[in-house]
Design a protein around this ligand. Sequence first.
Ligand code: PMV
Length: 338
Amino acid sequence: MKATAISPANIAFIKYWGRRDHNLFLPLSTTNSMNLSECKAITTVEFGDYSKDEVIIVTKEGKEKVLDRSEGEKTGMLFQTLDRVREFAGFEYKARVVSRLTFPFKAGIASSAAGLSAFVAASFKAAGLKEKFEDKKELSREVRLAGSPSAARSVEDGFTELLFGETHEESFTQKIADENHWDILDIIPVIASGEKKVSTSQGHEIAQTSPFFDARVEYLKGKSEIVKNAILERDFDTLAKYSQADTLNMHAIMMTSEPSAVYFAPESIEFIRLVQEWREEGIEVFFTFDAGPNPHLIVSSKYKDHILKEIEKLNFVEYVLVNKSSEGVRFDDSMSTF
Ligand code: PMV
């Protein structure tokens, strides 16, 4: 009763921020993203004669972090998911979970997206619940329900979308195009890999306190469709225009919520300025930020070396991750973490 799943994180173009239902984790609108080849979680789950559930994250630096049920919404949801799996499977076995990340933990690089999708997939597989892990639609619903609509997007390959839905059934992940469809990169110059002050779970709960919240809901209408078509047509300019506008729009909500959540660092703003300069020089590049200070530079692969050389000039960049689009969740017991 042991299984290992590997899942990529993803970078959203139209972002999820705030929920229309906090129990079912239904997002406000359809959101879409690209999976990231170098930002993965490898998670092994075993159900057996353990005295209690134990969930351990091993960070990129090899540090072990034992998670506690009371640590916060997302962590609590991990333990609730194990309860849910047991209920479906009809057994009482406790679980041991070890999840290895290949990238920094909680630095706005969607570590939870990779971690959660791998965790949910491995849990259902370890329990032998085929109807839950073999059907990607159903698996994506379970990942969403485990607390993260953004993680649900990692279930499918390449470029994906999590559909808006009024009910649990209606909100699931669909593939837009597979990982070989478009040669664009997500280059992440890591400027800060510390943990953030306002968790995304808290952020989703306070989003509605922003005076601009209703304006965002209105603004989002039709945007995921435009971005989806831009992906299908490999239309870089349209993707850049709408994705960049969306991240700034989302950060406006974050900053004007009660309490205010400011994820940008001074260096994040410096990147916004640099990207504007590079665009004016005709380079196909745009920025997007999740709930963290690290910029994600979406770059047409022909400009990879140019952008990497530009980044090298900046002394505040700790290191750089270069991601291609990637397949989604897969299972591989030979990668077992214990
Ligand atoms: O799924 P969460 O709770 O980690 O929220 C993440 C939301 C953003 O990364 C900021 C945007 C997105 O859609 O990925």
